[in-house]
Design a protein around this ligand. Structure first.
Ligand SMILES: O=c1ccn([C@@H]2O[C@H](COP(=O)(O)OP(=O)(O)O[C@H]3O[C@H](CO)[C@@H](O)[C@H](O)[C@H]3O)[C@@H](O)[C@H]2O)c(=O)[nH]1
Ligand SMILES: [Mn+2]
Length: 360
């Protein structure tokens, strides 16, 4: 236990303000569950100062780390998740040697009940991935910080890469005997209950779902993207609603309502601050700055649900100084307050481009 008297910690990661929102809700869920351990969030320069301040109110330690990105567009495209190369940043958790043992949690996890018993497990303990159960899912895992392990992982990433382009493929390659060596390193599924499992195996969910300890909102559809979605009477909707309860009661109040979710709500209600925060120049600049970056992998532009806006803007960004008549018309419409805010100018379309910029 607590070797060398060092503390133990829960660790998460946020490289953008959107994922930081997930981290905030996660931190509050851990406090609510009465954990005895420290809460640590690793952040990168993509997180704004305002958000950093808010994180330091919820976490014991906010630790800045460098972005590590696989840049592996080809493998990430196989999962249709071009944004996940950046998850290699997660590897930095092994450098937190001020702690004797840690549990890593993705920022899209929600803790339903006290799980401090996880710290009795050894590295590397994790739950099966529902897509390929001989691999573990890297959204929840017990590990022992060690510079040596960190170096080995970085070397593996450089030499052979990750078979999925993200951290999960790499970690499963490094800890390759997880599936067979020691059953005590298999965490029960209730410690990493993928929200979508509620419909892939509903009878099991009905039988065991009451014991869920940690929910993981795996996939591209995160709770912070959908204020309205979530039918509290459906199994998955119940967890979504639980996430939103914490957001509304603990996070929203703390940020004084200035958060982008407020901006999104205003936006979708048509209450857009056309000449202030939401003015055309502000939004446009951030989008084009991103598209003009030559190192942006092509896959990040092509894949995803935002192709209409993205492809339109990509054309424009080739000659940023000279907007086409179509874009001038769009700008004029925007400035008249007649933007297509539920369609091509939807908050989600624009936010996704901003997030790509923030991730760089
Ligand atoms: O732009 C990003 C993307 C991810 N993250 C962090 O990395 C985690 C993993 O990303 P996420 O979107 O949660 O991935 P999943 O949908 O959960 O997909 C799976 O695949 C990922 C890549 O291998 C693994 O990291 C996950 O644990 C695994 O569940 C997040 O929770 C965050 O903590 C960021 O901070 N910024
Ligand atoms: Mn996740």
């Amino acid at each position: 236990m607590a070797s060398q008297g060092k503390p133990m910690a829960w660790v998460t990661l946020a490289t953008t303000d959107a994922y930081a929102l997930g981290a905030l809700v996660l931190a509050h869920s851990l406090r609510q569950a009465g954990t005895a351990h420290r809460l640590v969030v690793m952040i990168t320069p993509g997180v704004t100062d305002t958000m950093r301040t808010q994180l330091s109110g919820a976490f014991d330690d906010v630790i800045s780390v460098d972005v590590m990105d696989s840049g592996d567009a080809a493998h990430l495209a196989l999962m249709s998740r071009p944004e996940l190369g950046v998850t290699l940043t997660k590897l930095h958790c092994w450098t937190l040697t001020q702690f004797s043992k840690c549990v890593f949690l993705d920022a899209d996890c929600l803790v339903m009940t006290n799980c401090d018993e996880l710290f009795e497990r050894e590295e590397l303990s994790a739950a099966p991935d529902i897509g390929w159960p001989d691999c573990f899912n890297s959204g929840v895992f017990v590990f022992t910080p060690s510079q040596e392990t960190f170096r080995a992982l970085v070397q593996l990433a450089a030499e052979t890469g990750s078979f999925d382009g993200g951290d999960q493929g790499l970690l499963n390659t490094h800890f390759s005997d997880w599936a067979t060596r020691d059953i005590s390193r298999h965490l029960p599924f209730v410690y990493n209950m993928t929200a979508s499992a509620t419909y892939t195996y509903l009878p099991a969910f009905l039988r065991f779902g009451k014991d869920v300890k940690i929910v993981h909102f795996l996939g591209s559809n995160k709770p912070w993207m959908n204020p309205q979605a979530g039918d509290a009477s459906s199994p998955a909707g119940r967890f979504h609603a639980a996430w939103w309860d914490i957001y509304q009661s603990r996070v929203r109040r703390a940020d004084g309502g200035h958060h982008f979710l407020e901006q999104r709500r205003r936006w979708e209600e048509g209450r857009i601050d056309f000449t202030g925060a939401d003015r055309f120049d502000n939004v446009w600049r951030r989008i084009t700055e991103n598209l003009e970056r030559p190192e942006q992998p092509a896959a990040a532009q092509e894949v995803g649900a935002h192709s209409e806006l993205v492809s339109g803007l990509a054309k424009v960004s080739l000659s940023p100084a000279e907007p086409s008549p179509e874009d001038s018309a769009r700008r004029a419409a925007w400035e008249r307050g007649q933007m297509d805010y539920m369609g091509s100018d939807s908050f989600e379309n624009i936010m996704s481009k901003m997030n790509q910029t923030l991730k760089k």
